[in-house]
Design a protein around this ligand. Structure first.
Ligand code: ATP
Ligand code: MG
Length: 422
């Protein structure tokens, strides 16, 4: 019986990796322009890290974590998101000691036990970025500018940026009380989850995807009407800087995000092309998070994008993959051996070469060269070996030159390198 992969966890096949590599390398290129360096943390962490940071009464912690005990009885969890691990690493390695502001990015798999569907998987991949150490509103705007820059670089412009402010420990409690009072009037229309946790975590009700809950809270008090002057000022500055940079955005006062650690600025990048999975990127400020995981009391802000959703949005527009620079069609045993030797020498010089291992007819080898989209073919038989020269055929136009097959392959290399890129 054959063994299949785990439900909701996908293979990324060779035909798709060029797109993934493009999405990843564009992130490395753009993020480095803004001064970000990469950090790589383990895919497992102690379970308490996520409980403490994401929040006990969030969907992620209540229902979606892959948690298990190791052989020593230690509770571990496959990371459901990347921010908490980065904060854990920041605190553990005392990164604040080396600079007043730290900019980090990461990419890699995340794990959530969700109902798999298009754009929603149990292992998925995020590319994310974090800035730790500044509460300057220009940082918020810069993070958003970088995110939009990235989307432009990968050719996805049909996205809407929505922003909101969730206040801070000073003004949030007042808003919470009002929201709880509002929800209490409408308990009958809410789903079980919302009824169960509206007291401990009323913001979750605004984020609930159940249509009844969304309808019942249309008229809910707006967090923006309850911001303290500090948060109002910060939000106004962020909007001002976005205006200076001419970045379009909409304000969505209902956006609360699915993780409890957010404060002040929150945002989502939305698309209308992925059905229910409309968020491609999301994030916000988390000024109390680092201290919560045992680090210094430093502010932070960041975002994460879902790579599967980016890939889906790119659809058919895939990067073109170039075939080998050279295919050597060899006829006969001796030529086959020589083709293998030549191939290895050329590869050491940085030239991409392929040969045929089955020893078929010239016609079948030419077909294979065609299929691989080889740019040139060297035809090598007994005669060619005896005379020490062989025809080198340019596949695009069929033109042909005779090159010397000497010990050092100078002639062949010169031809391959001189015509490179045409
Ligand atoms: P959603 O509202 O779609 O559930 P979320 O608010 O849970 O998203 P975040 O935790 O903010 O998402 O993660 C940031 C991004 O990671 C999302 O915008 C999305 O692109 C991606 N993402 C989150 N969960 C999944 C998943 N299960 N499968 C694929 N991508 C995901
Ligand atoms: Mg989710």
């Amino acid at each position: 019986m054959s063994i299949s992969g785990v439900k909701g966890m996908n293979d990324i096949l060779a035909e798709d990796t060029p797109l993934w590599q493009e999405l990843e390398s564009a992130a490395r290129r753009i993020f480095s322009l803004y001064g970000f360096s990469e950090i790589r943390t383990p895919v497992v962490e102690r379970t308490e890290l996520f409980c403490r940071s994401i929040g006990e009464t969030t969907d992620i912690v209540e229902k979606e974590m892959y948690t298990f005990e190791d052989r020593n009885g230690l509770s571990l969890t496959l990371r459901p998101e990347g921010t908490a691990p980065v904060m854990r690493a920041f605190a553990q390695h005392r990164m604040h000691a080396s600079d007043q502001i730290t900019k980090l990015y990461y990419m890699g798999p995340m794990f959530r036990y969700e109902r798999p569907q298009k754009g929603r998987y149990r292992q998925f991949h995020q590319i994310g970025a974090e800035v730790i150490g500044s509460e300057d509103a220009r940082i918020d705007a810069q993070v958003l500018a970088m995110l939009l820059h990235y989307f432009e670089a990968i050719g996805l412009q049909d996205v809407e940026l929505q922003i909101n402010s969730l206040g801070c420990p000073e003004c949030r409690p007042g808003y919470r009380d009002q929201l709880v009072a509002f929800i209490e009037q409408r308990l009958d229309s809410l789903c079980d989850d919302c009824r169960r946790r509206y007291r401990t975590n009323p913001l979750r009700v605004l984020d609930c995807k159940v249509p009844g809950c969304a309808e019942a809270t249309v008229e809910a008090p707006s967090v923006l009407d309850h911001l303290c002057t500090g948060c109002q000022d910060h939000f106004a500055r962020v909007r001002g800087h976005l205006g200076d940079l001419e970045l379009p955005y909409a304000i969505n006062p209902r956006m609360v995000r699915g993780l409890d650690y957010y404060t002040r600025t929150t945002f989502e990048l939305l698309t209308s092309h992925l059905g229910a999975q409309s968020a491609v990127a999301a994030g916000g400020r988390y000024d109390g998070l680092l201290r919560q995981v045992g680090g210094p009391d430093l502010p932070g802000i960041g975002f994460a994008m879902g790579v599967e959703r980016l890939a889906l949005l790119r659809g058919e527009s895939r990067p073109t993959v170039e075939g080998p620079d050279l295919f050597i069609a060899a006829l006969g045993e001796t030529a086959g051996r020589e083709a293998f030797r030549i191939m290895s020498k050329l590869q050491l010089k940085g030239i991409r070469v392929e040969i045929d291992y089955r020893g078929g007819s010239l016609k079948s080898q030419m077909r294979r060269a065609d299929k691989l989209a080889a740019q040139r073919v060297l035809i090598l038989g007994e005669d060619e070996l005896n005379r020490g020269t062989a025809p080198l055929k340019q596949m695009a136009d069929g033109s042909q030159v005779e090159v010397r097959i000497d010990e050092k392959l100078f002639d062949l290399c010169a031809h391959l390198l001189s015509t490179e890129g045409d």
